[in-house]
Design a protein. Structure first.
Length: 131
């Protein structure tokens, strides 16, 4: 796993617990669906009036027809996979809801099965509300 952040702090108005929950859900999925020896990266930076957080993995990827549904409640890419056991299909729905409550957007990208995934969170820049 790699993390890349700018030298200067990323400042945005948010509830820290909820931002941790968003990133936790994205990282949990990345770890769950990336085989041993795969790579997961987290990148954060400012772009325009937004803070952008990217979670990218080299895991199983997402079929193009599933991309529009990945944030839907109870949707699992392939529930037959042993990795998905115990998952309810609510993590990405919760992440989307929390991002939107912060005035942001979240999107999913993949070149298809076996090609990894990337989730991008965009949040408006502002003064921080906590540490």
């Amino acid at each position: 796993m790699s993390v890349s952040l700018p030298a200067e702090p990323l400042r945005f108005e948010a509830y820290p617990t909820r931002i941790i929950q968003i990133l936790g859900n994205l990282l949990d999925n990345a770890a769950k669906y990336t085989p041993r020896g795969g790579e997961i990266s987290v990148t954060g930076y400012c772009e325009g009036g937004e803070v952008v957080l990217r979670v990218r993995d080299t895991g199983i990827g997402i079929a193009h027809e599933m991309l529009p549904r990945v944030f839907d409640l109870f949707v699992q890419i392939d529930p037959s996979l042993a990795r998905s056991e115990g998952g309810l299909g609510v993590g990405l729905t919760l992440a989307r809801t929390l991002v939107e409550l912060h005035g942001g957007i979240i999107s999913a990208h993949s070149e298809g099965p076996g090609r990894g995934s990337e989730f991008v969170v965009r949040l408006p820049v502002g003064a921080p509300v906590g540490p």
